[in-house]
Structure formats: C-alpha cells, structure tokens
Design a protein around this ligand. Structure first.
Ligand code: BG6
Length: 482
C-alpha cells in the first residue's frame, strides 16, 4: 500500500532541519515503504519545485557526508507542496482533494505530522476529523504530535480529549525525540538483554542515580518563546522524565508498545509527590547571567534556565534511592549522561595512609547518551608498586570505536516506527498527563513562598553554586565530566 507523510508546518525549522533530512536518509537507505510520498503543508505559497529547491539546500547541510545528488533526485520526485491553512475547513478540504489526486484511486496509509505552532494542534485535529480524514475506510491513518504536548496538565488533558474525539489512541504518536536516540534504546538493551546488571539494579546496590542533560548553547534566538516555558517544561516534563522511566522501569514481558508503556507509566505513578517545604529542599533553580538581556525576555523574568530535582520512586526496587535530575542551558559543555552510583563496599580493607578507607570511591556505571556515546564501568584498581594504594579506573565502551557509520538522528527511527505502526517509542496519553502531574506542582511552588531562590550562574558553568552545595549537604556530588 502506498504511504503519504503529510507534514503540517512545512515551512518550519523542524521540517527542514530534522524531518526532511530523516525521510531523505531513510529513502537513501531504502528503508521507506515503497511509494512513499511526502507532502508539505503550510500557508505560504510555494510551487512543488520551489519547495524542493529550498529543501535541497537545507538537506545538503543537515545530512552532511551522507548526502548525494542521485538519491536526492529520486527522493525529491516524491516530495510535494500544498499551500493551505489547515486550521480552516477550506484549507483542509483542498488538502484532502490533493492527497486523493496523488493517491489516484488507490488506498494509502497516511501519516499526518503536526509540526506547526502548538496553538494550532487542536484546530487542525478538529478539521481533520470534520473532513473525515482520520477515518480508516480508505487505509490506515496515524497522527504524530510534536512536543510540547500541552503547557500544563489541564492543557495536556484538553489536547488528549480533542485528539481522542477524532483519533483512536492507537492512531496517535506523541513524539519525544530522546526516545529515538540510539543510546537511549541501548539502555533498554543494556538492562534487559544482559544478565549481569539487572540483579544489582536496585536499592540493595545503588546509592543514587544522576540524570544530567547539559546544554552548552544558551536560549539564543528562541529567548522570547523559551521564556514562556523555562527548563522544566522544555526539558523535564518530557526528556528527563523519559530517561528516568527507562532507567527505573521493570522489564516489560514483550517489546511492544503497550507492554513498554505500561511499565514506564508505573514509574511515574510511583514518583513521590513533593509538598510544602519539600520544594525548597528538593529543588534547585537557576538562571544564567545575561539571560535577562536576551531579546524577547521580559524585564525581571523569573524563568529558570537550570533546574535540579531530587525525586524518589516509591516502589520495592527503588525505595530510598534518590534520583537527581539536572538540566540547563549555557552550561560547561553539551552532555547527556545517566550515572548509576553504586554503594560503598560494606567494609574497606585497603587503607592507604593518605586516604581514609571510608572515602573509597564506589563503583559507577556511566551511560553516555550524547555526544560521546558509550558506557563506562568504573571500579577500583591497585596502583602498581604503591603498597595497597587504589585508584578508580574503567572499562570503556564507545559506539564510535566499536561500530562504523554515522549515528542516525533520532527522527529517522521514530518516523520509520510511526510509518510501520510501532508506538513503543512514543508517549501514551496517560504517560504525558502523569508527567505534567509531576511538573505542574513544582512550577506552581516556584511561583509561591515555597520557592527555592533563583540563583544566577555564569555561562559555561555547571549551574548555580547552590546546586553543588545542595549535593554536598546530602553527602554526594555531581559527576561533572564533559
Ligand atoms: C528540545 C528542547 O526538545 O530539545 C530544546 O526544546 C533543546 O531546548 C533540545 O535544546 C535538546 O535536544 P538534543 O537532542 O540536542 O539534546
């Protein structure tokens, strides 16, 4: 059956930077289903040819060394543009007529991709419904919804409700591009395709877990739009909580959408809600110096560009093991890593004169999600010819050393899964709502008397000083390695 990928928001940044390069590279690798056509929809007038030319320039840039003219020409011949206002019934009906023309009497699988301003999501979905474009009598219909999925719990619920009026949950693919990262999927493999980690992946052996998503870039030209969300909405509600779920979930009995998502949802349900003074004790917020001068940021903005949270997962496996989540803009370097910090040995034999035995560094498993994709297992070793002096060393696995080829961008995997109807790496409606249920009260507390101070930090640092002090007070320290 032919496939149609219909991108709403065709003139947007995401389309040229991510979606088209991903679809092109899938086509180049012969992974797209046969007869896949890509249709861009936006209000701006463009001919098919003009849009293809624009995309040629951007795809060359973003596909880099993987680009070649011949495969582009094959792909571009199946790329079309339709100018329409998809939030209006005339616009959506003209689109439907155009899609039917392309289908030429055949039935086809359609994948609608919402990449417009989120304000238009509900209107476009309603129009798709009114035009009968979600009905599956003429072939499978699926919809991919880009983040942000709502701006808080009530808007996410409303969006779920409007979506479900038109699409069945099994037709809906809420994208979080972190789940498309190879290294995030590899965390599932590390945990559930090996036997040696799972027996120690619990409160008996693990002291705490650190999940860091540090970005070196500041908010740049997005400042005005970023100010309305801040780091909790932009990074925690989605990416960091996804990493938490993958780290903490139980093994699903099958690698299938609902089996995986059931287990992930259980983790969010087990996250202990914060109350009253917990917000000042268990959260840290910061704003990098110079943020207030960025164009579009309102005077005196209290938007956090850095946050650290201590969350507890109240279940049998994780009781008493804190999960420290941290993310920020304008930090020392770009790194996403999950650190599993194991407990100290119960009794230390090898006291070294200069170093009390109790301070022996404990084992650590570092999962490097990006950019230096890999895994390090750190352990103590005897320094040769130095009495019984010990030093931490590691077993170091690197994707780059082990595998050849370019690490694919997450949109390739996710678009292909959506085309093939596999929702394992997409968020379900309850998952999104539970995630907002964790973030919303923190956002509210940060507007109230329970708020921790909003400390500044210099660009290129690991966040405000308080973040380090906070960890020290708990007898721990951040693993700050670029
Ligand atoms: C996006 C956020 O979802 O993720 C951006 O809106 C952030 O602010 C980006 O920069 C980070 O993604 P990645 O894949 O570069 O880590």
């Amino acid at each position: 059956m032919p496939h149609q990928v219909v991108i709403f928001g065709a003139s947007g940044d995401l389309t040229s930077r991510k979606l088209i390069p991903a679809l092109y590279l899938l086509s180049r690798k012969n992974r797209l289903p046969k007869e896949t056509k890509v249709i861009g929809v936006s209000r701006t007038d463009f001919s098919h040819e003009a849009w293809r030319n624009e995309l040629l320039a951007t795809t060359k840039k973003f596909a880099g060394s993987e680009f070649d003219e011949a495969s582009w020409n094959t792909f571009a011949a199946n790329v079309f543009y339709h100018a329409a206002d998809a939030a209006e019934s005339d616009g959506i009906q003209s689109l439907d007529r155009f899609l039917k023309e392309l289908e030429a009497g055949q039935t086809s699988t359609r994948l609608y991709y919402l990449s417009t301003s989120p304000k238009l999501y509900e209107q476009i979905i309603a129009q798709l419904g009114a035009a009968g474009m979600a009905e599956e009598s003429q072939g499978t219909r699926r919809i991919v919804i880009e983040k942000p999925f709502g701006t808080d719990l009530s808007s996410a619920k409303r969006l779920n409700l409007s979506t479900h009026k038109v699409f069945d949950e099994k037709q809906v693919y809420r994208i979080d591009h972190y789940l498309g990262k190879e290294t995030v999927q590899n965390l599932l493999v590390l945990r559930f395709a090996n036997t040696i980690f799972e027996p120690i992946w619990n409160r008996n052996y693990i002291d705490h877990v650190q999940i860091t998503v540090a970005e070196e870039v500041d908010v740049g030209r997005r400042a005005g739009c970023y100010d309305g969300s801040g780091v909790l909405r932009d990074m925690f509600q989605n990416h960091l909580l996804q990493l938490l779920m993958i780290t903490a979930m139980e093994a699903p009995s099958r690698f299938q959408a609902d089996f995986v998502r059931d287990e992930k949802v259980k983790v969010l349900r087990a996250v202990r809600p914060l109350n009253g003074s917990d917000y000042a004790r268990d959260t840290v917020r910061g704003q990098y110096d110079g943020y207030l001068q960025a164009e579009g940021v309102p005077q005196g903005s209290q938007t956090a560009t850095f946050a650290a949270l201590k969350l507890q997962v109240d279940n049998w496996r994780w009781s008493g093991v804190p999960f420290y989540l941290r993310s920020g803009k304008a930090m020392s370097c770009r790194t996403t890593q999950i650190v599993i910090q194991f407990r100290q040995p119960p009794h230390m034999l090898f006291a070294d004169g200069a170093r009390p035995a109790t301070q022996c560094d404990a084992n650590r498993l570092v999962v490097q999600i990006q950019p230096a994709e890999g895994i390090q297992l750190e352990f103590q070793t005897k320094v040769p010819d130095a009495g019984m002096r010990l030093r931490m060393t590691d077993l170091d696995f690197s994707f780059q050393r082990e595998f050849t080829g370019v690490m694919p961008d997450s949109y390739q995997r996710l678009l292909l899964d959506a085309l093939n109807g596999d929702a394992s790496l997409f968020a379900r409606s309850d998952e999104v709502e539970l995630a907002w249920g964790i973030i919303d009260p923190i956002l509210a507390a940060w507007q109230s008397d329970d708020a921790p101070p909003l400390d500044g930090y210099p660009k290129g640092d690991w966040g405000p000083d308080r973040s380090d002090k906070w960890m020290h007070e708990q007898g721990r320290q951040w693993f700050d390695v670029c």
